[in-house]
Design a protein around this ligand. Structure first.
Ligand code: DGP
Length: 112
C-alpha cells in the first residue's frame, strides 16, 4: 500500500514520535504550523473521516481521548487546537486519517 503514514507506522519512514500505543501514533509534522504541531493517527489505515466504518468509532474515540495526555506531555497547558482536514475542500493531502494537534501560540479564528 502506497501510504506515507502507513510507512511511518511500519517504521519504514522515519518520524519524530511523541506518543505510541497499540493502536495510535503521534509524531511531529514535517511542516509545522505552530511551535508544537503533532499528527495523531490510528495505526489502522482509514483514508479519511468519510471512510470510517462503524467499528472504527472505538478506535477514533480512543485516539481523541489520548489527545489531552499528549498535549500535557508537550506542555500545552494554555490550550491547543485539534484539526481534521477532510477531502478536497478540507485540504486533506494525506489519505490516512490524522488529527493535527497544534499549540504553543495563540490561535486565531476563522482558519484559512
Ligand atoms: P493534511 O493537509 O491535513 O492532509 O496534512 C498532512 C500533513 O502531513 C501536512 O501538515 C504535512 C504532513 N506530512 C506529510 N508527509 C509527511 C511525512 O513524511 N512526515 C511527517 N512527519 N509529516 C508529513
Amino acid at each position: 500500500m502506497d501510504c506515507i503514514f502507513c510507512g511511518i507506522v511500519a517504521g519504514e519512514i522515519p518520524s519524530d514520535k511523541v506518543y505510541e500505543d497499540e493502536s495510535i501514533l503521534a509524531f511531529r509534522d514535517l511542516e509545522p504550523q505552530a511551535p508544537e504541531h503533532v499528527l495523531v493517527i490510528p495505526k489502522k489505515h482509514i483514508p479519511s473521516l468519510d471512510e470510517m466504518s462503524a467499528g472504527d468509532g472505538e478506535l477514533v474515540g480512543h485516539l481523541v481521548s489520548k489527545v489531552r495526555d499528549i498535549a500535557a506531555q508537550l506542555g500545552l497547558g494554555g490550550g491547543y487546537r485539534l484539526v481534521a482536514n477532510n477531502g478536497k475542500d478540507g485540504q486533506q493531502t494525506v489519505q490516512h486519517l490524522h488529527f493535527h494537534l497544534l499549540g504553543g501560540r495563540q490561535m486565531t479564528w476563522p482558519p484559512g
